[in-house]
Design a protein around this ligand. Structure first.
Ligand SMILES: Nc1nc2c(c(=O)[nH]1)N[C@H]1C(S)=C(S)[C@@H](COP(=O)(O)O)O[C@H]1N2
Ligand SMILES: [Mo]
Length: 259
């Protein structure tokens, strides 16, 4: 299994990282940042923190993370929409990514699949795939941005997580939705993000049933967040006021990681 240090890829171009950080900013901040030259110097000015070791990929990431804390959470508007794209913009083939190789991706059996819903919800029922597929669905072509230094545009179809939370009688004043995946990956979404109109319980990629690589049978697609905030092979959701972290969150990635 690759470790955190390997995944950050010390070879990743700093400029790419700054570019990605820029893309993640909501517009007024992005414009300001671009006007300042979109450099590490500008990051310093915006965040008020120093780059201790410019060459360390890890410190760069922490830096972007502080940038998120200082600027993004203050500016994040739950109604801001991530940009959408035409079919012609879709990246083909769309990359696979996980903390392991594709040959180790979990094989989820459709017939046995149950989506467990627990925590601060009225209806703690487990959902079969058939029941989930019966939910109203919408299609969205959006950009997926990974902190490892790549981004790609994909087409995802599924149900609104917001509508689903209402359907199961979730306490939407709770702080988090915590997700658990078939192979053990976990992740946390803050409630405003879970309720964002573009946050999707995704069942299809490019109009076809989600293939194993992209998270069969269900992923949570969050176009306003970084890639690691998009759990695949999701088998359970807990609505909770306790911050339970997640696979990457626990290894130092910013819990907010939004745009
Ligand atoms: N279950 C699970 N979900 C996951 C991951 C993972 O390792 N396991 N990796 C995350 C990361 S870091 C990225 S960039 C995306 C990659 O999704 P893709 O394979 O559809 O490109 O999945 C996210 N969700
Ligand atoms: Mo990622």
């Amino acid at each position: 299994m690759r470790k955190f240090r390997d995944l950050i890829i010390p070879g990743v171009d700093k400029r790419l990282l700054v570019k990605d950080a820029t893309r993640l900013l909501p517009d007024p901040a992005r414009r300001r940042f671009l006007a300042m030259g979109a450099s590490f110097g500008a990051l310093t000015l915006l965040t008020g923190c120093d780059v201790v070791d410019e060459d360390s990929a890890e410190s760069l990431l922490k830096y972007v993370s502080k940038f998120n804390d200082a600027v993004q959470s203050a500016l994040f508007n739950p109604d801001t929409l991530a940009p959408t794209y035409p079919e012609s913009a879709i990246t083909r083939p769309f990359p696979f990514n996980a903390y392991y190789g594709l040959d180790e991706a979990p094989e989820v059996e459709a017939a046995d699949y149950k989506f467990e819903v627990t925590g601060l919800v009225d209806n703690k029922k487990a959902w079969t795939l058939q029941e989930l597929y019966a939910l109203p669905q919408f299609k969205q072509i959006t950009r997926h941005i990974c902190v490892e230094g790549w981004s790609a545009i994909g087409s995802w179809t599924g149900a609104s997580l917001r509508d689903f939370l209402k359907l199961v009688g979730a306490d939407t004043r709770a702080k988090y939705c915590w997700f658990r995946c078939a192979e053990g990956y976990t992740g946390t979404l803050d409630m405003p993000t879970a309720l964002h109109p573009q946050t999707q319980m995704t069942f299809k990629y490019d109009d076809k049933i989600l293939p194993k690589a992209y998270g069969f049978p269900m992923k949570i697609r969050v176009p306003t967040k970084l890639g690691f905030k998009n759990p695949k092979y999701v088998i359970a959701m807990e609505v909770t006021n306790d911050y339970k972290g997640g696979y990457w969150e626990d290894q130092g990635y910013n819990a907010f990681s939004g745009s």
